[in-house]
Design a protein around this ligand. Sequence first.
Ligand SMILES: NC(=O)c1ccc[n+]([C@@H]2O[C@H](COP(=O)([O-])OP(=O)(O)OC[C@H]3O[C@@H](n4cnc5c(N)ncnc54)[C@H](O)[C@@H]3O)[C@@H](O)[C@H]2O)c1
Ligand SMILES: Cc1cc2c(cc1C)N(C[C@H](O)[C@H](O)[C@H](O)COP(=O)(O)O)c1[nH]c(=O)[nH]c(=O)c1N2
Length: 172
Amino acid sequence: MSSAVEPRRAALAKRDFRDAMARIGAAVHVVTTDGPGGRAGFTASAVCSVSDEPPTLLVCLNRAASVYPAFAANEALCVNALGAHQQALADLFGGRTPMDERFAAGRWATGLGGAPVLLDAAASFDCRIAQRSVVGTHEVMFCAVLAVTVGEAAHALVYFERRYHALPTAMR
Ligand SMILES: NC(=O)c1ccc[n+]([C@@H]2O[C@H](COP(=O)([O-])OP(=O)(O)OC[C@H]3O[C@@H](n4cnc5c(N)ncnc54)[C@H](O)[C@@H]3O)[C@@H](O)[C@H]2O)c1
Ligand SMILES: Cc1cc2c(cc1C)N(C[C@H](O)[C@H](O)[C@H](O)COP(=O)(O)O)c1[nH]c(=O)[nH]c(=O)c1N2
């Protein structure tokens, strides 16, 4: 005997998704760009290593962010992983601050493609945006890594349960 069609599962609420994501600790980065679209940067936790041959990272950027037009127009991008001493930079690049003020708070070199490289980051990945894909509200930028800089051994800056934490020592 055939049964009635199963009711469709209700769409997962955005709030439930975010609450679950808040339980996942993530490294904090300042992602920068420069070029025809101008200089810009934003704080990002949605960064991931994709492949080491060729070395590739991905960065997810909300298309509603004020920095999006600059990243859409430029090819150069630098992923700067922050140390625990750089929480103030994460706050500034996390939104609502004029771009000049964000950059005035750090010391920068210029990467091979022209993107700002943060001088005392835990690690910096100087990249060229090789591929882009729109998924929902975000653009996923696949970034070919051209050069890396590794900073002094530092405590990592981690975002977990909507707050910053310093990750100091290994577990035994
Ligand atoms: N991936 C992202 O775009 C992302 C990540 C972290 C924070 N943020 C933004 O920073 C602000 C503060 O965030 P919060 O962590 O304190 O609280 P929140 O409740 O807004 O977010 C909790 C978690 O959900 C995820 N998230 C949040 N917004 C998202 C989005 N638009 N797309 C995909 N995933 C998202 C992130 O993992 C985040 O840590 C918010 O405006 C948030 O949208 C965005
Ligand atoms: C800890 C943390 C982590 C992230 C963010 C924020 C914070 C505080 N933001 C939001 C992003 O930094 C913010 O939208 C941009 O700075 C742009 O803001 P304005 O549109 O310029 O105000 C963010 N946005 C995004 O598109 N991808 C991401 O991975 C993250 N990650």
